[in-house]
Write a protein that binds this ligand. Structure first.
Ligand code: BDR
Ligand code: CA
Length: 299
C-alpha cells in the first residue's frame, strides 16, 4: 500500500480525486491538508471534511492551511465550482470541525516521521502549504517518496491567463519554491488533464448509480462551471494506481513567479538539471474506466 497525503482545495474535481483515492485499496490516505484555491481555505477544509465523511472515511484527519498565497494579501479564488466550492450540493453530512493544527505543520510532521521516506504527496491546489513547510524545514520535500502535482501548462494555453494554469497562477511563488526544492516531482499539467474529459455517457452512468457518493458527485458535475468537465485532479491520483495510462518526459520545469503578465506560466526546458517528470499523454478511456470502477465501491 502506498502511504499518501493529499493537499487540495475542493473543488468539484478535487472531490472526484478524493473519491478515487479513498476508494482505492492500494492507497493508504494518511491525511488531507487544505489550502485556499478554488475557494477560501475555511471553505475548502470544511468541504474536504464533509466529503471524506460522505465517502465513509471519517477517520482521515483534515487540516486547514494557508489562507493566502506567499506574495499576495488575498487568496486568488474562482467561482468555477460555485460559491460553496461543491456546486451547492447538499451532502447530507454534518460539518464537523477539522483538526486545529496548521496543514504545513501536519505535512512537516509526517515527512519528518519514520514514514516520511515512504510518503507520497498528491497536491491538487495552489502549492502554498508545501512551500511553507519547505521554507520552515529546508530539504523537507526531498524526503518524500514522490510529489504528484496537478498544475501548469507546458505546451498548451492556460485556463486563467493565456499561458497560466489556475493552481500555479494562484500562488506562483509557492510553485517556484516546490519546483526548486530538489524533490522527486511528477507534474500533471493541463496538457494531460485537458484530455481527461468526462463523456456524457460516463456522466450518465455515474448519475444512474444509487449510492449517496455517486449521487452527490453527479449532482456536483451537473453544475460544474467547466464546459467540458475535466478530471484534472484525479490524474495525479490515477497515476499512482495505473501509471501506464500516462506518458511524458523528464525535463526542467520552471514557473514564472515574478508579478506581471507571465506570472504562473510554466516552461519546460530540455537543458539544465532535470527537476520533474512531466506528463503530456493520457489513455482517457482507461482513466474513465478506472474512475467508474472505483467510484462504484463508495457508499
Ligand atoms: C485546477 O484548478 C482548479 O480549479 C481545479 O481544482 C484544478 O486543481 C485546474 O487548473
Ligand atoms: Ca484543485
Amino acid at each position: 500500500m502506498t502511504a499518501v497525503l493529499i493537499d487540495c482545495d475542493p473543488g468539484i474535481d478535487d472531490a472526484l480525486a478524493l473519491a478515487l483515492a479513498v476508494a482505492s485499496p492500494e492507497l493508504d490516505v494518511r491525511a488531507v491538508t487544505c489550502v485556499a484555491g478554488n475557494r477560501p481555505v475555511a471553505v475548502t477544509a470544511t468541504n474536504a471534511r464533509r466529503l471524506l465523511d460522505l465517502f465513509g472515511r471519517p477517520d482521515i484527519p483534515v487540516y486547514a492551511g494557508a489562507a493566502r498565497p506567499l506574495l499576495y494579501p488575498q487568496a486568488r479564488t474562482n467561482l468555477v465550482h460555485g460559491e460553496d466550492g461543491l456546486g451547492g450540493v447538499a451532502l447530507g453530512v454534518d460539518a464537523r470541525q477539522v483538526v486545529a493544527d496548521h496543514a504545513a505543520d501536519a505535512l512537516a510532521h509526517l515527512l519528518l516521521s519514520p514514514l516520511g521516506a515512504d510518503l507520497t504527496i498528491v497536491a491538487m491546489g495552489p502549492l502554498t502549504n508545501l512551500a511553507l513547510a519547505e521554507i520552515r524545514h529546508p530539504g523537507l520535500l526531498a524526503r518524500a517518496r514522490s510529489i504528484h502535482v496537478m498544475g501548469g501548462a507546458a505546451h498548451c494555453p492556460g485556463n486563467v491567463a493565456p499561458a497560466a494554469e489556475f493552481n500555479f497562477w494562484a500562488d506562483p511563488a509557492a510553485a517556484h519554491v516546490v519546483m526548486t526544492a530538489g524533490a522527486r516531482l511528477e507534474v500533471f499539467p493541463l496538457d494531460v488533464t485537458g484530455q481527461a474529459a468526462m463523456t456524457p455517457a460516463w456522466l450518465a452512468a455515474l448519475a444512474a448509480q444509487p449510492t449517496r457518493s455517486a449521487q452527490a458527485l453527479a449532482a456536483m458535475l451537473a453544475v460544474y462551471g467547466e464546459k467540458d468537465p475535466l478530471l484534472h485532479d484525479a490524474c495525479p491520483v490515477a497515476a499512482l494506481l495505473r501509471p501506464q495510462l500516462f506518458s511524458g518526459q523528464a525535463g526542467r520545469l520552471e514557473v514564472d513567479w515574478r508579478p506581471g503578465p507571465d506570472e504562473g506560466r510554466s516552461r519546460l526546458h530540455q537543458e539544465g538539471e532535470v527537476n520533474a517528470m512531466l506528463y503530456t499523454g493520457l489513455d482517457t478511456d482507461g482513466l474513465l474506466s478506472l474512475m467508474a470502477e472505483r467510484l462504484a465501491r463508495l457508499p
